[in-house]
Design a protein around this ligand. Sequence first.
Ligand SMILES: Cc1cc2nc3c(=O)[nH]c(=O)nc-3n(C[C@H](O)[C@H](O)[C@H](O)COP(=O)(O)O)c2cc1C
Length: 174
Amino acid sequence: MSERTLEQLMADRYSCRNYSDRKLEEGILNQVLEAGRLAPTAKNNQPQKIYVLESDEALAKINALCKSIRGAQTVLMVAVDTDNLFNNPFQPGVNSGDQDAAIVATHMMLEAEKLGLGTCWVNMFSPAEAAKAFGLPENEKVVLLMPIGYKGPEAAPSPRHGERKDLSETTVRL
Ligand SMILES: Cc1cc2nc3c(=O)[nH]c(=O)nc-3n(C[C@H](O)[C@H](O)[C@H](O)COP(=O)(O)O)c2cc1C
């Protein structure tokens, strides 16, 4: 099968909410992590810290804190080092942390799609509780969770997956 274009990968990706028991091979996981490593970040500070939750103990902890893991055998917990964020002088009090983490996660999500894996972006959990459960240092803030793995037999796009607004509703040309 020929490689899918970026446009095909973006169209094919959907939020996976059913995973198989099959563990991710080390090489596959590394390809996903490498895609995140290449992401741009504000001032190239690279504040991301990716926690790979894969042990029985870690998975039990995250499943206790979040209902959206759905059987995934690996969960990427994307955090940022708050001592290493870009503080925008034009927006006092606003830093780049969430944006940096989102770009890193998006790179990983699309690489995962290319590799035939399912992912789901998850924010329905308490970042503070997660940081506490995994003993993160004070300066690290959890931004999102990303269950990742081989799709289960019931994996399918949600009925609303195809609903995207028309470009005319989301684009303003000035
Ligand atoms: C910021 C963000 C947070 C999300 N949080 C969750 C979540 O906690 N649980 C979940 O099942 N899906 C979550 N999603 C997935 C969205 O519901 C999904 O991307 C959206 O409905 C579009 O569907 P699609 O990804 O299949 O195209 C989240 C997505 C984003 C971008």
